[in-house]
Design a protein around this ligand. Structure first.
Ligand code: GTP
Length: 604
């Protein structure tokens, strides 16, 4: 049987998952009865948020020109935090379907993902989707695709994943246009003899409560069958294949050996996801290949924050929840940490802010813990006067200022797609965020691509929201990390009632410190309840106070409001007050709520 391996790439919400579901339904892989919206987005959170977080792979059969074709396709996430998953999926394919919304047109992640596919030498089929929408402009968007990405407009296939229009044409084009599976991938330097050897690329892995780790692989050469002794070429670990199969889209066992070119899953008594390196090559223990397939780079965490137990939750509960989630999802990092103010907790690293929110939500939901989270920060590179260079992910870890030669911060290159009329305001925003203008490029009569270099720390929180509001929702952005750059950065400490609260320290630009300090203290004043005593709030650099506020004292007994006898009402009020305090930390004699730890993100 002929095989076609491809993935579906697109800007967020342009209809990848819906199109994938439609392909499943049209090839009969999912019967009407089983059809449930968004079959591939299986994680609860994905369904709720309507976004794809983990890539999934499925095998279906399509009949074309008198022959059966096995189509293996991989649905990929669109959000910028999960770019690394897209590049993984691309490595396992020869082709890509680039989905573009016929009302929205080319967006930042359309461009970014298309470039990833071009770099991986993939054949691309452009698809203009949602042609059923009243605002659809398929011909115009096809021209835009040609203009920006160089994909000929006449090769675009017009579809509606909703009504099914154009889907048969797309399935036929996949068979006709995408190449047969190749025995090796771009950049592979293995000797020719390796093409006959078993080499399978691990492009994903997930944890299953019953089977342990399920490894998703693409077989480039040789065969693989149940009982084979395998070796991971990178980690040098050995396993025995216990089960092999395909996703159709349910996990379906296969007794026959897996052949070169196929995509499938294997189960091999692997206990935790930490034992599997995505990008590693599987080979046979008794007839190994010489060279591994070129892997891809490990994803690097971009933002960090601490989680501390709060309310009834104890540190041990938190540790259990974090380690358990990590078995399921190895994409975040964690290590124990202690804070003078907050006690013992975990410092975690994430791929981006959305990823951070998802992990926090899953910890609370699946791990059943109550958390206090500190404000996210980025990695800083510190060079000391004695020449020692190291990285910190927590402002509290900064050495004494007298020892520091310079502080360097991570930079990004941002490509922003925007309507012409918003360009002035966007440039103003980028300037405020210490951005450096790079270039401007024409996209269509009404839109442009704007390139800026910006400090990552200035963009992680509200930059994207501001961009959206300036452009009335039409602006989109993509970014890549672009090394470290020195700047005049200092640590600002916050003192609550005279005590320095390490979890509130931030690294800020010297010129902005006073302003940021004032904004921060104002926010803290709003978030921290009045106590029986007066609470001074101060922002300091080194020993020097640069801003101050005071929270006035008040006797706060909520039950005083209930006149006498009504016991149930009294109890209810006390109950309510207790609940509000669950996500609260006592620092010295002051109760600081969760929201206060996020106050540093308020940029004014
Ligand atoms: P992520 O997985 O988050 O990256 O998004 P996605 O690209 O997979 O988009 P998804 O399939 O979730 O679709 C986004 C929205 O567009 C959903 O509300 C779909 O119902 C809708 N949609 C998708 N395809 C079509 C289409 O052909 N026509 C119309 N009218 N709506 C569509």
């Amino acid at each position: 049987m002929k095989i076609r391996n491809f993935c579906i790439i697109a800007h967020i919400d342009h209809g990848k998952s819906t199109l994938a579901d439609r392909l499943l339904a049209s090839t009969g892989a999912v019967t009407k009865r089983e059809e449930r919206e968004q079959t591939l987005d299986s994680m609860d959170l994905e369904r709720e948020r309507g976004i794809t977080i983990k890539a999934s792979s499925v095998s279906v059969i399509h009949h074309y020109a008198g022959e059966d074709y096995m189509l293996n396709f991989i649905d990929t996430p669109g959000h910028v935090d999960f770019h690394y998953e897209v590049s993984r999926a691309l490595q396992a394919c020869e082709g890509a379907i680039l989905v573009v919304d016929s009302a929205q047109g080319v967006e930042a992640q359309t461009v970014a993902n298309a470039y990833l596919a071009i770099e991986s030498d993939l054949e691309m089929i452009p698809v203009i989707n949602k042609i059923d929408l009243p605002g659809a402009r398929p011909e115009e968007i096809a021209l835009e695709t040609e203009q920006v990405l160089g994909l000929p407009a006449e090769e675009c296939i017009f579809t509606s994943a909703k009504t099914g229009a154009g889907i048969q044409e797309l399935l036929d084009a996949i068979c006709a246009k995408l190449p047969d599976p190749a025995p090796r991938k771009a950049g592979d330097e293995a000797p020719e003899s390796d093409d006959q050897k078993t080499r399978a690329l691990i492009f994903d892995a997930k944890y299953d409560d019953y089977r342990g780790v399920v490894v998703y692989f693409r077989l480039f050469g040789g065969k693989l069958k149940v009982g084979d002794k395998i070796r991971m070429m990178g980690t040098k670990r050995g396993f025995a294949v216990g089960e092999l199969g395909k996703f159709k889209p349910k996990m379906t066992r296969q007794k026959e050996p897996m052949e070169a070119g196929e995509v499938g899953y294997m189960v091999a008594s692997i206990k935790t996801l930490a034992d599997v390196n995505i990008g590693d090559t599987i080979t046979l223990d008794n007839d190994p290949a010489e060279c591994a397939l070129p892997g891809y780079q490990e994803p690097h965490p971009m933002v960090f924050c601490d989680f501390y137990p709060s309310g009834e939750t104890q540190f041990d509960d938190l540790r259990e929840a974090v380690t358990k989630l990590h078995i399921n999802d190895a994409s975040f990092t964690y290590q124990p940490t202690t804070s003078e103010a907050l006690g013992s907790g975990f410092r975690c690293g994430f791929l981006g802010m959305l990823h951070m929110d998802i992990i926090q939500e899953r910890l609370e939901r699946e791990g059943n813990v109550s958390l206090v989270q500190t404000a996210p920060t980025v990695t800083y590179e510190i060079e000391q006067r004695d020449g020692v260079v190291f990285e910190i992910t927590n402002p509290a870890d900064l050495p004494d200022p007298s020892l520091i030669k310079e502080i360097r911060e991570p930079m990004i290159t941002a490509e922003i797609i925007t309507p012409n009329k918003s360009i002035g305001d966007l440039m103003k925003l980028c300037d405020q965020r210490r951005g450096e203008y790079k270039k401007q490029q024409y996209l269509s009569e009404t839109r442009q691509i704007l390139d800026y270099e910006l400090p990552l720390a200035e963009t992680i929180y509200d930059f994207y929201d501001k961009l959206k509001s300036i452009t009335s929702g039409y602006g989109t952005m993509d970014y890549q990390l672009n090394g470290f750059r020195r700047d005049n950065l200092v640590k600002m400490d916050i003192l609550v009632n005279g005590t320095r609260v390490d979890a509130l320290s931030v690294i800020v630009h010297r010129d902005k410190a006073e302003y940021r300090g004032r904004v921060l203290l104002k926010r803290l004043k709003q978030e921290i309840d009045r106590h029986l005593f007066e609470i001074p709030l101060q922002a300091a650099i080194g020993g020097k106070i640069i801003a101050r506020e005071t929270i006035k004292s008040v006797g706060k007994n909520v039950t005083a409001k209930c006149y006498g006898g009504d016991v149930t009402r009294k109890r209810k009020l006390l109950e309510k007050q207790k609940k509000g305090k669950e996500r609260m930390k006592r620092v010295g004699t002051v109760d600081i709520p969760q929201e206060a730890f996020m106050a540093v993100l308020d940029t004014g």
